[in-house]
Design a protein around this ligand. Sequence first.
Ligand SMILES: Cc1cc2nc3c(=O)[nH]c(=O)nc-3n(C[C@H](O)[C@H](O)[C@H](O)COP(=O)(O)OP(=O)(O)OC[C@H]3O[C@@H](n4cnc5c(N)ncnc54)[C@H](O)[C@@H]3O)c2cc1C
Length: 831
Amino acid sequence: MKTHVKALVVGGGAVGTGIAYHLAKAGWDTMLLERDELTSGSTWHAAGLLPLFNMSYATTHIHKYSVDFYKSLEAETGLNAGFAVVGNLRMAQTQDRMDEYMLYSSVAETCDVYHEFLTPKEMKERWPLLRTDDLKGALFHPQDGYINPADVTQAMAKGARQHGVTIERKWQVDGYKWTGSEWIVSITKMVEQGGNLVASEETAEIRAEHVVTATGNHAQRTARLLGIKTPAIPVEHQFIVTEPDPMLQEYRKNNPEHPVLRDADAKWYVREERGGWILGPYEKGAPARFEYGVPDSFRADLFPLDLERIEAEYMSMIHRLPSSETVGLKDDFNGPICYTPDGNPLVGPAPGLRNMWLAEGFSFGITAAGGTGYYLAQMMVEGEAEIDMASLDPKRYGNWMTTEYAARKNEECYDHVFILHHPDEEREACRPLRTSPAYDRQKARGAQFGQINGWDRPNYYGPVDAPASFDHDSRSFRRGAWWKYAVEEAKAVRETAGLIDATAFTKHLVRGPGATAFLDWFTCNALPKVGRINLTYALTPTGTTRTEYTIVRNGENDYYLVSAGAWTAYDADYLRKCAEDKAAEFGHIDIHDVTTQWGVFAIAGPKSRDILKEIIKDADPETALSNKRFPWLSARKIELGMCPVNAIRVAYTGELGWELHHPIEMQNYLFDLLEEAGKKHGMKLVGGRAQNWLRQEKSYRAFGTELGRDATPMEAGLDRFIDLSKDFQGKQAMIDTGVRFKCVTVLIDGPSDTDPWGKEALLKDGKKVGRLTSGGYSVAFGKQIGMGYVSPDLAAVGTKLKVRMLRQEWDVEVVEDSPFDPSNERIRVNG
Ligand SMILES: Cc1cc2nc3c(=O)[nH]c(=O)nc-3n(C[C@H](O)[C@H](O)[C@H](O)COP(=O)(O)OP(=O)(O)OC[C@H]3O[C@@H](n4cnc5c(N)ncnc54)[C@H](O)[C@@H]3O)c2cc1C
């Protein structure tokens, strides 16, 4: 056996095999280890469906790559992976579901995924066994279907071997040790004993520069071996196979196979199987399994069928396919299917570790295997993938995450596979968990919360006496019932003042002798002078945007970094790793994550200074907040009543305003003080939805939408925050990349009841020329607003484009950056 390789992939399911194939194809010397047989994890019992339908831009790219790649495998390997391109029909029982498909259609258009809409009549004509009288319509993907999971894995394995991969079966990885330049991986030969797979005495070590773990249901054991946390925990998933259906057999004499059928409102998929049907429900009550590891006795095994749990879905299949009523059950499968709390797999660098890559938590692993292999190999070999993989990054869950949280959230996620995926959806399980102290006060004032990175943050303030179901019932693909509250909040910020809880912001202290030199290299803007702040970006080595920071300089070598609340562990990991790498060059750098020690309220609006003046304690309260004593983009320590506050004069909403960073234990005191002072000035409590609209009026880019690892800061239009006179990480790569596309702000004359969600395609002469990454409603302009990317020749102010919403084209105009108050007069106003 080889003992030295460039890359070691652990796990021979569909995912590990797809990764090994692509790493080898990219030229890396790769080995794959499997503790049992290839496909003996979840892969062997998958139904093999390859749905293209997905609301996420990154995941849609991954799935699309797989579908195309699997079609090419036979020519490359000579092995037929059993890809039945029967298409995939997603039915809709309600208008809301049709709205969902129309929004999906936008995502599909941005990713070039072909799809059609069908009416009930068209469906009935093509598939007469279907009951369609109670349907509104359907979405049809003619190009996907289902595949044999074991065969496609074997085909990828053969392709991998052809590219030079060594595949070793019956070797289990039992330990990982990082030497500083490579991993020493301890492995044990596994042997059969009475049907069980047990460890033998034979052990060995493999040295690998890079390791990828793709260990499926064993992810919790892998995490323990690595000393990290991961929320990848399986949930039970069952499907049943019926006896042959005589009416189906008759129909098939003259007709092709049915597409994979999905009655999303009934929560199931159905496909043909040897003259009968396979029914796969996503029912309520499926339990999490293997929270603490997979027992040795569980190999390619299944759980007992729980027919009662899927009775409702079974009955609804009979309703939709009446011919299935008389056929009996032939077979059943109830296997573990790995999940994560948001349903996305964990793909990318492991937290805290070097050259250790995770590919865990796949619930659609057959569909995702090829694409994951392709994009992960790009990340490993070239430094970054061509799409932003942040939404799949393992570090989107922080250290606050526990087994109990992951298990309960994963059960919820399974149950939610077929719910309406409203973009304003908020899920209920495990909440509230992380709250700022003012949570109860905000709730009492009508706050409707959304969860991000475990934190509950006000999305908007609804009626104080709202029933518990208010937010749920408010959701829509158009303007939900919450919309009018967000409008009032946005107006308050523009006209009087608003108070926003931004406690979840990620906060780091960076100090020590090497801090200044390090941050100067780590970020692209000039560092602020002591007492000042700036907005800046950390780049990837390939020149794209990794993190947006507000940097406050408290002293010569003393900095306070603020970044997005959703990305604490993601930002912390990169910051620490880069600082470690540079400590020898720049001197000692101390990094502290102080996120949970400091609360943040952002007060913004023309009255914000007057409100603060009432409560500031200062020798001269009248001038304490004036431009002279507290200029825009500066930081001061102030006292509000008895609360010491590190105030920063910035406002993400584009109004006069301050961020008030305060000791978390004084938050309620400060909240009461501000609320009381704000009363006579008409201050309103404001949630995240209004803030998101307001920042678009100022063209403020947001991380995860406009900003990510697929665009450079120059492409994001952030030239004024890039100091080209200095050297910084990613600078040359950014320059070499040039400007492939450009971030623009647009105003839209859209439909009267719908705003864009930031998922829509931008069109010119009917052709896709870009996509929106953010969208919403502008109170300042009284119409829809959005931000997105187009080719540079279409980025000029005044360019007329179209956006497709609700399957119609609407007028779009590219406007100047910061269309509202472009010269920042409102922010700089003196007083
Ligand atoms: C009933 C059912 C139906 C499904 N239907 C579909 C479907 O239609 N479409 C779809 O896309 N997905 C489907 N899935 C999900 C799909 O099965 C999984 O997402 C996919 O198989 C995951 O592949 P994987 O390679 O990540 O994990 P696995 O297939 O579980 O492979 C992980 C491998 O790692 C090995 N391993 C673990 N630890 C070690 C170690 N320490 N050393 C060496 N080897 C190790 C294991 O032995 C295993 O072979 C279904 C799942 C179920 C349960």
